[in-house]
Design a protein around this ligand. Structure first.
Ligand SMILES: [Zn+2]
Length: 90
């Protein structure tokens, strides 16, 4: 449930402004794009996660999932590289 950050009134999911006080509603839709950003820029993703965890929990969650995937891929890549080197050296 979204609430107006100005007056605290509950808002419909599709509302773009608060019907009570007219404050524009900040959308927190999460989103694939943010996950992708977290995947490619994990350190920026982690910072954004901590900045947004209270204000935009869905977006923050999407970012941290992206970060986790990004770090996993990075780790897998390093492991593959190490295995390849071992294969060549021994
Ligand atoms: Zn309001």
């Amino acid at each position: 449930m979204t609430v107006c950050k100005n007056c605290g009134k509950e808002l419909r999911e599709e509302a773009t402004i608060c019907p009570n006080c007219g404050t524009p509603v900040e959308k927190d839709k999460g989103g694939f794009g943010w996950g992708l950003l977290g995947c490619f820029l994990p350190f920026i993703g982690i910072i954004l996660f901590f900045v947004w965890i209270k204000k935009k929990p869905r977006t923050a969650k999407a970012i941290i999932i992206g970060v986790a995937i990004g770090l996993l891929l990075m780790y897998a890549g390093q492991m593959a590289e190490r295995l390849a080197q071992h294969g060549m050296l021994y």
